[in-house]
Design a protein around this ligand. Structure first.
Ligand code: SAM
Ligand code: SF4
Length: 333
């Protein structure tokens, strides 16, 4: 699948729930959240059918996300079926890490079960190593269990584990070096992410925004100039650098300040309530649940995907929409 601007779509990010056991201030509104009713969420069977359709059209990489995907019941049985889909050769999962160390029966941890189910890469959110700051940023006192989850995940043998840190001025700016050290000691890829206006809370404000360039400068003032790694890529839009004298990779995801951010976009998103979104930072979304539940054939659903890709914008509108206090639809990531 290719859109009008030459973006080749090979990556489907699949959200399987809008629920979460944390309350990150930059992700969720603080006011009481109404969860979607169960019938408003795609069943795993429906989701697998849509992944198959996407794979028919050339998607080869899938990342499961949420909300917190590991809070959904029977998630392992669902995930296990994805690598069997013809054409899918890369399977990742994004998680806040809180449930990775959980025992899920017969001495198996969630992390080990995910690995056994065919997940190759894990993205784990970790904004700080300070317990109080963690509680402030995520609304929960779960740092200890996340750190345990990371260790258990390392032991489970994933081919790649990335730590994702959302930059927030006044919260975690003093955590950059400790996080680099933490990731380096465990041989994990660390990525710093600029906050994007995808939610409705007061924190998505210029005053809390910290550009990746500033994070890079802070790191360079400690380690010396970072060396660009133009050949090192993961599946996403991060640009990577190496710390002098180390093998360690540090990534920067600058949706707000990197003007070339969208050029290499290869992504399509499927939300848990059955909407196909051609871009995280655009209001465009298309309800594929409706035709799916009305009995559409595979051919009709393939046409639906192609139509959505056709409408993929050249780039996101975050920069235009970045108005403090303006209401934004919450999408997740
Ligand atoms: C929405 S979460 C879903 C998966 C899982 N619950 C997690 O926290 O990793 C996916 C990623 O989006 C990031 N994220 C959430 N809100 C964001 C925002 N406003 N700006 C930038 N990244 C955000 C999170 O930090 C996380 O790395
Ligand atoms: S970023 Fe992840 S962990 Fe935090 S509230 Fe959003 S979905 Fe939950």
């Amino acid at each position: 699948m290719q859109d009008r601007y030459g973006h080749r779509i090979s990556y489907l990010r699949v959200s399987i729930t809008d629920r979460c056991n944390e309350r990150c201030t930059y992700c969720m509104p603080q006011e009481l959240q109404e969860w979607l009713p169960r019938e408003g969420i795609l069943t795993f069977e429906e989701t697998l059918r849509l992944i198959r359709i996407a794979a028919d059209l050339g998607v080869s990489k899938v990342r499961v996300t949420g909300g917190e995907p590991l809070t959904r019941r029977d998630v392992i049985n669902f995930i296990r079926q994805i690598p069997d889909i013809s054409g899918i050769d890369s399977l990742g999962l994004s998680t806040n890490g809180t449930l990775l160390a959980r025992e899920i029966g017969s001495g198996t941890t969630m992390a080990a079960a995910l690995r056994a189910a065919g997940v190759q890469s894990l993205n784990i959110s970790l904004d700080t190593l300070d317990r109080d700051v963690y509680s402030q940023m995520t609304g929960r006192d779960f740092l200890e269990q996340v750190l345990r989850g990371i260790d258990v995940a390392i032991g489970a043998g994933f081919s790649q584990i990335k730590l994702n840190t959302v930059l927030m001025r006044g919260r975690n700016e003093d955590q950059l070096i400790p996080l680099v050290e933490f990731a380096g000691a465990r041989d994990l890829i660390l990525r710093f992410i600029e906050m994007m206006p995808v939610s409705t809370t007061h924190v998505l404000d210029e005053a809390n925004f910290m550009p990746i360039l500033e994070a890079k400068r802070t790191i360079e003032s400690f380690y010396g100039s970072l060396m660009p790694e133009t050949d090192f890529r993961t599946n996403g839009p991060a640009t990577y650098y190496q710390i002098p004298g180390r093998e360690q990779h540090i990534g920067f995801i600058g949706a707000m300040t990197n003007l070339h951010f969208c050029e290499s976009c290869n992504k399509l998103r499927l939300t848990c309530d059955g909407k196909l979104r051609p871009c995280l930072g655009s209001y465009l979304e298309f309800d594929i649940m409706k035709p799916l539940r009305a009995g559409a054939t595979d051919k009709e659903l393939r046409q639906f995907f192609l139509h959505v890709v056709e409408l993929k914008p050249a780039q996101h509108d975050f920069r235009d929409n970045y108005q403090p206090n303006r209401k934004m639809i919450a999408i997740g990531g």
